[in-house]
Each structure stands twice: as C-alpha cells, then as structure tokens.
Design a protein around this ligand. Structure first.
Ligand code: PAF
Length: 282
C-alpha cells in the first residue's frame, strides 16, 4: 500500500493507473477508521481494481478550532484497517497541501438542501464538506466514490456536487454499519465515555420506533416527531438537537407521510454530537 501526502503525486499515480486500464475507487474519510469505513473500502475493492482512501480532518467543516482538535486521529491504526480492507493508496495530506491559501475559495450548498437539518444546526458545515469533496474528486479524477448513508444529508450534498460541478464520478451509497445494540458506527463514538456509549442506542431506538409507527399507519408527521423526541428526551445523558421526518430526495418536510421518507435525528451525548437516520421506501 502506497501512502501519499502530495496532491501532484496522488493525481499522477491515479492517472497512470487509469491509463493502464485500472478502475479507481475513492473512499474519502477523516480517519479514525471503523467498521463502517472498512465496509466502504471493501465494497470499493470488490468493484474497483485500485482503491484510494483519503484521510484528512477537514478544518472547513468544523465550527471551531477546538472541535477540529477534539476530532479523533490514529493514522497508524488507520493504515492497518485500510490495507486489510483492500486499499492500495492512502492519501493523507497535511492541511497546507489541501488549503495553500486561507481563507480558501469554496463551494456553497445553495437552497433548502444546504439550509435544513445539519445546515441549520451547523452553519458552514455542509459548505466545508462540499468544498473538500470537490477538491478530492478533482484530484482523484474519473472514479467511483463511496459514501455512507449514515451521513445522509452529506450524501445528497455530494451527489449535487458531482452533478452541478460536472465531475466524471459515480457516487456509490453504502448502508450504515451498526453495532449490535444499534449504534451507528462513527469515529465520534470513540469520544464517548462508558455511560455515554450505553446511552447512545437511544438514537437508533427512536428512529426505529418512528419508522415502525409510520409502517403501522401513523400519518401525522408531528406525531412521529413527538414519539422520537419523547424517546430521546427520556435519556438523561442525551440532549436532542432535532428529530425529523422528511422526503428522502428533497429533505423537505412532506405534506403527507408517503413515498420514500427519511427519519433523521441529531443529539449531543455528553459533549459529543451524534447523528443517525433510517429510510422508508415508498
Ligand atoms: O464523512 C466524512 O468523513 C467527511 O465529511 C468527508 C466526506 C470525508 C469530508 O471531509
């Protein structure tokens, strides 16, 4: 496995491999790799001859330097996880390599997609994600790019980046990987204390209860939101940010609970903000 820090080397390496007929898969990450990342890399390795995993904690998508500093990092263990899952190239650039001049020119996620849910709760976050993903796609060139459904709004943003900025990239959405108690795999889970980790399944429980209510015939969105809210608020270590049911394609609040829907929650578990979601097919 080759570890690359420079953009020119990354682009030249992937370009040369593509020229010899190799299909390239890209798995963008911020490191602290877990089973969810491993599943993305394995899927990419099953579909592409060369898998590049990027590991970069992107400062543009955090609210403060404090938050950037708190994000878990473990490059040595990441290299082991990535290689075992099938990565051939690791791209782990220093910040100055990604952003030679700050403030950087970036991508703005316009309209409702950028303003709702994570966009409303974390101003600038989705623009930061869109900017770094656009840069990574520009560096990687034609490829298949793998993203987890755990960050559902991010996935929709990435799809818009690819279409609106005309990248020769196919976005592949991969299912959320969960621990046995239902907690969605996330690098941030490493920041939870033991009692916080024990409280964290409440997010998934609330989502499953909301989905079950809709499947059982509940047609009032506000009732489903109230149900999820009550379940999460009953857990003292968890502070709810939002619980919502939206149209799966537009993220708009639907007039009626029909068609493809997404139930999403965001909450602080202690000092750590977690998000999760489940889908209902139309
Ligand atoms: O999902 C993540 O880890 C990040 O948001 C991403 C897509 C790698 C961009 O920094």
């Amino acid at each position: 496995m080759q570890v690359i820090e420079r953009v020119t080397e990354l682009t030249a390496t992937l370009e040369a491999r593509r020229a010899s007929g190799v299909a390239v898969g890209l798995v963008p990450t911020m490191g602290a790799l877990h089973d969810g990342h491993a599943s993305l890399i394995e899927r990419a390795a099953a579909e592409c001859e060369l898998v590049c995993v990027s590991i970069f904690v992107n400062p543009l998508q955090f609210g403060s330097l404090d938050e950037v500093g708190r994000y878990p990092r473990d490059l040595a263990s990441d290299l082991v996880v990535a290689e075992k899952a099938g990565a051939g190239v690791i791209f782990a650039p220093p910040v100055e390599e990604m952003y030679p001049q700050m403030p950087a020119v970036g991508v703005h996620v316009a309209g409702g997609l950028g303003a709702t849910l994570e966009g409303a709760s974390r101003p600038g976050h989705l623009d930061g994600v869109a900017t770094v993903v656009a840069k990574l796609l520009a560096m990687a060139g034609a490829c298949r790019a793998y993203f987890g459904e755990k960050d559902y709004q991010q996935l929709l943003v990435v799809r818009r980046v690819v279409v609106d900025l005309s990248f020769p990239v196919t976005v592949v959405a991969c299912p959320t990987v969960r621990a046995i108690d239902g907690v969605a795999e996330s690098s941030r889970n490493r920041l939870l204390s033991r009692s916080e980790r024990e409280a964290a399944p409440v997010l998934c429980r609330a989502l499953r209860a909301g989905a079950a209510a809709i499947l059982a015939g509940e047609s009032e969105r506000s009732e489903v939101v109230a149900l999820m809210t009550a379940i999460i608020e009953a857990e003292p270590l968890v502070e709810l940010d939002y619980a919502e049911v939206v149209d799966a394609a537009s993220l708009r609040v639907p007039e009626r609970l029909e068609g493809a829907l997404r139930l999403l929650v965001a909450a602080r578990v202690g000092a750590t903000r977690l998000i999760d979601n489940v889908g209902l097919a139309g």
